[in-house]
Design a protein around this ligand. Structure first.
Ligand SMILES: Nc1nc2c(ncn2[C@@H]2O[C@H](COP(=O)(O)OP(=O)(O)O)[C@@H](O)[C@H]2O)c(=O)[nH]1
Ligand SMILES: [Mg+2]
Length: 306
């Protein structure tokens, strides 16, 4: 399968250094031998950094098992054992790229609750793709919130993307239909479909999302090639219930973690992979149109221990 969106070349360790504060130094000092107290402190730190219960227990169990084999007796070995297991957890994120259609337009559906950064992220994604020489069409599928159509139209104008609008209060499935039609007719490379920031508790809006997804599926085989769920990184573990609810309605392929620049809860990356099998594919790092990165496992693993 072809891929879109070139990987960022430089590793962004600094992002994760700031975003995950494990405070491992005193755990390491404790770790003259890995005793119960060390393990408990480690567990607390991982939970506090939003790794989630499942990944935390897996990591602590691994350290304990390694210690029992006599492989972890010094602080730096503790770090090494954690890094190894983290790499295993994040293995499938290591190669997380954006799927592209073999022929015809590549279609991405962007979902998530209100205010997490969907529309801004679409603008960033479109901008990067235009810079890489692709023709991009963005569809204002958020017909619910006042001003949402204009917000995306403004971005489209700025970055040189084609734009499809619907009527305020109109049917978002009709917008998706028009966008895919236009994408096919004009031979554009990528169609990005924005959606209303529905509360996952709102059944009507969730049904509407199901319909948008169905329209795209019917029109193009294999589409949507990505269904990216945008999460607000500052919410940490609270996002997991959102993922569960949206995962019931659409077939999520990955996460776009927005607002990582203002979050200290980067451990969520590990929880998402371990608890939902969902890779973080893209990371939002600011409000500007250039502030988007591909997720880099090595930068993450190295960064969080510095
Ligand atoms: N700091 C920061 N702000 C962001 C990022 N992504 C989006 N935002 C801001 O979050 C707010 C909501 O974004 P918007 O795209 O309208 O969210 P939507 O309701 O999900 O479409 C806006 O003020 C954006 O500028 C990010 O990566 N970092
Ligand atoms: Mg929006």
């Amino acid at each position: 399968m072809a891929r879109l969106f070139k990987k960022s070349t430089e590793k962004k360790k600094s992002l994760w250094r700031r975003a995950v504060d494990l405070m491992l130094t005193d755990v390491q000092v404790l770790a003259k031998g890995v005793d119960q107290e060390t393990l408990e402190t480690l567990e607390e730190r991982l939970i506090a950094a939003d790794f989630g219960v499942k990944a935390t227990l897996r990591l602590v169990d691994h350290v304990e098992a390694e210690a029992r084999k006599g492989k972890v007796s010094r602080g730096d070995q503790l770090r090494g054992a954690l890094e190894d297991e983290l790499r295993r957890i994040l293995e499938s994120s290591a190669d997380a790229y954006l799927e592209a259609a073999d022929e015809g337009p590549t279609i991405y559906l962007i979902v998530g609750v209100n205010g997490v950064g969907k529309t801004t992220s679409i603008a960033k994604l479109a901008h990067r793709l235009v810079q890489e020489g692709r023709s991009v069409l963005v569809a204002a599928g958020d017909t619910f919130r006042a001003g949402a159509v204009e917000q995306l139209e403004m971005w489209a104008g700025r970055i040189g993307a084609q734009f499809i609008r619907g009527q305020q209060g109109g049917d978002p499935a009709a917008v998706a239909f028009d966008a895919v039609e236009a994408g096919l007719a004009r031979g554009v490379d990528v169609v990005l479909v924005d959606t209303a920031g529905r509360l996952h508790t709102n059944r009507g809006l969730m049904e509407q999302l199901r319909k948008v997804d169905r329209v795209i599926r019917r029109k193009v085989e294999g589409a949507p090639h990505e269904t990216l769920m945008v999460l607000d990184a500052t919410l940490g573990q609270n996002s997991l219930s959102q993922v569960r609810a949206f995962g019931d309605v659409v077939d999520l392929s990955g996460i776009l973690l927005a607002k990582m620049d203002s979050s200290a809860r980067g451990g969520i990356v590990v929880a998402l992979q371990e608890e939902h099998g969902l890779p973080v594919k893209l990371v939002g790092t600011g409000e500007g149109v250039d502030d988007i990165e591909t997720f880099d496992v090595e930068a993450f693993v190295e960064g969080i221990f510095e």
